[in-house]
Design a protein around this ligand. Structure first.
Ligand code: ATP
Ligand code: MG
Length: 576
């Protein structure tokens, strides 16, 4: 489904002014000049993101505007973040943490989480951020697989760790943020270690290829993989933040993602700080009014969020928007799932701004395909490849397919933030590179005549019905155009006659009730909107569709439940 209504833009004066020209001339090597210490002595991303700002004119600039539930607020300048992370780095060193050791983070989005990410990098150790909503098994899997030496958590979350601690012989210390007393064996108070630690820390210069973080993928298609990234990623972090998110010196930026998801680590920590940007972190649950009040209160100018959040905001209605002055907003981006054209249309109406979709993965380490400030938007398209990224649609033999043809989305290997390892799983890593010269993404897509990329589906999700290949996204996007439909998850289920038939799980908008008539009406709507073969023969109304903690519809779980098959790893399932 391709929308004809292209959103044209007026000329821009900042950032990526001319995508076509920059794409032709761009060299990754040229980005290094923006860093202060990309030298033979070694590099450190924490120096570029925090320390150098703390010694230049940005030192008293706000790095972090933090708000927790219940209206608690804190502010940190770049100098404050440097001082705190230096102390923590010393504390970790005192505990025996060395370069290459894994330090895992099981924390809510509190300031200590961000300070820890910086401090760990400063010693050349490897950070492993995890969602604070994970249950004991999810935590155990990740700590076991990574052989983490230290865990930083809170006393509340530590109760879940207590259930599994016996099974983790490699875990030497647990640092507890906000512990009162009653510390057990191996448990240490974060605050008392920080208080003891010296303020002066000499950063560890590392090789650009030394490891920086391990993040487990979202688990949308199967068991999460331990994707491992290096300090060299800073090249991609810096320039993609500048050009795809369009961040500029005076911006107040809000990335709604948790660092347990790669978006929160790369674009909620490193990217903005490498650019010396003030960022907002809200540590609270999703709530439409609360979110709008954050934008209003902090005068957020650039907002990076996800389709699932935008669909929830759409569901919350247009009336509440009128209560909040959102006029500070100038640029909105989205990632994580296909962005339904209907959501872009709605955004234009209520925020008076287009939403810029971009595509990337935990494995790619930074934005690969994006809509830019200067590029007309074709709603439903992920945009065009970032300068320095060669993206193509290929078949399984590596042959490039012509525009309009569906195939594998692949990237020429070798950009700065490409994954370096699937932690301790060489076989899994090699699978990404099974087509010679290419990194294969596992997504199906096509490119149009103008070079825009369009997402079709996860390779495993594409439905084959009566000889037609149908991507669940196009059906879901058409469904949410119906006034009664708030959200939809679409799968193929086996059918003797047609191979597969399309089944849709539908969450209704407020004020609409399930009925056989509504089912028929929706089916008719899709037949007209898409094609006769693409309409869902089966519809089930449901209260919600299962999602990962990063907000992605878990179609494999819908399918497993539907067919009575084992549900597999559901450690990342968001519980309703
Ligand atoms: P797993 O690999 O464990 O199944 P995951 O692929 O969901 O989980 P992430 O790395 O968080 O883990 O997500 C990357 C995937 O998200 C992409 O491969 C793609 O399928 C989807 N995605 C991200 N951005 C977009 C987008 N703008 N449009 C469509 N799909 C997107
Ligand atoms: Mg994936």
């Amino acid at each position: 489904m391709e929308y004809k209504d292209i959103i044209y833009k007026s000329p821009v004066k900042h950032g990526l002014i001319n995508h076509e020209k920059t794409y032709k001339d761009f060299q990754w090597e040229d980005v290094k000049k923006y860093f202060e210490h990309f030298t033979d002595e070694g590099v450190n991303i924490a120096h570029e993101a925090i320390d150098r700002h703390a010694t230049n004119s940005y030192k008293n600039k706000i790095a972090l505007l933090w708000e927790g539930e219940g209206n608690i607020k804190k502010q940190y300048t770049f100098l404050n973040v440097k001082a705190q992370s230096d102390k923590l780095a010393n504390a970790l060193k005192n505990l025996g943490v060395e370069k290459g050791d894994r330090v895992f983070l099981f924390l809510p989005r509190i300031p200590e989480l961000y300070i820890s990410i910086i401090a760990i990098a400063k010693i050349g150790a490897i950070a492993g951020p995890m969602f604070s909503a994970f249950g004991p098994e999810a935590v155990k899997d990740r700590l076991l697989n990574s052989e983490a030496k230290v865990l930083i958590t809170t006393p509340e979350l530590n109760q879940r760790v207590n259930e599994i601690k016996e099974d983790l012989p490699m875990l030497k210390h647990i640092l507890l943020v906000g512990a009162k007393d009653n510390l057990k064996k191996n448990e240490i108070s974060y605050e008392s270690e920080i208080n003891k630690a010296s303020e002066s820390f000499k950063i560890k210069w590392v090789d650009p290829e030394d490891y920086l973080y391990i993040l487990y993928t979202s688990g949308t298609t199967g068991k999460p993989k331990g994707v491992t990234h290096v300090h060299n990623d800073m090249i991609s972090h810096y320039i993609t933040t500048k050009w795809a998110l369009d961040l500029r010196e005076d911006d107040i930026y809000w990335c709604t993602a948790d660092p347990g998801w790669v978006t929160g680590t790369v674009y909620g920590t490193w990217g903005p700080w490498l650019n010396g940007i003030s960022q907002v972190v809200y540590n609270g649950r999703f709530d439409a009014e609360q979110w709008y009040s954050i934008i209003k209160k902090y005068k957020v100018t650039v907002w990076y969020t996800a389709p699932t959040a935008l669909r929830m905001l759409m569901k919350a209605g247009n009336e509440i928007i009128k209560k909040y002055d959102l006029s500070s907003l100038r640029y909105i981006c989205s990632v994580g799932e296909p962005l339904n054209p209907e959501v872009i249309k709605w955004g234009l109406k209520v925020y008076n701004l287009p939403i810029h979709d971009n595509w990337w993965q935990t494995e790619t380490g930074s934005i690969m395909i994006s809509n830019y400030p200067s590029l007309p938007i074709k709603p439903g398209s992920m945009g065009k490849p970032f300068p320095g990224i060669c993206a193509k649609i290929i078949n399984t033999k590596g042959k490039e397919l012509s525009p309009g043809k569906h195939g594998l989305l692949a990237l020429k290997r070798g950009w700065p933030s490409m994954l370096r390892e699937i932690w301790k799983d060489k076989k899994k890593y090699d699978e990404y590179f099974c087509v010679s010269g290419w990194y294969t993404t596992g997504d199906t897509a096509y490119m149009d005549d103008d070079g825009y990329f369009w997402f079709v589906g996860r390779a495993d999700d594409v439905i084959n019905t009566a000889g037609h290949r149908v991507g669940p996204f196009e059906v879901e996007s058409a469904l949410v155009e119906h006034k009664a439909v708030a959200e939809a998850g679409v799968i193929g289920i086996p059918d003797t006659e047609r191979g597969e038939i399309i089944k849709a799980f539908i969450v209704l908008n407020y004020g609409h009730k399930p009925s056989p008539e509504l089912k028929k009406e929706i089916q008719k709507f899709i037949k007209k909107r898409l094609a006769a073969h693409a309409y869902p023969r089966e519809i089930e109304f449901t209260k919600d569709v299962p999602k990962t903690r990063s907000g992605k519809i878990m179609r494999r779980l819908l399918k497993a439940r539907e067919l009575g098959l084992p549900t597999g790893d559901i450690s990342t399932l968001e519980e309703g």
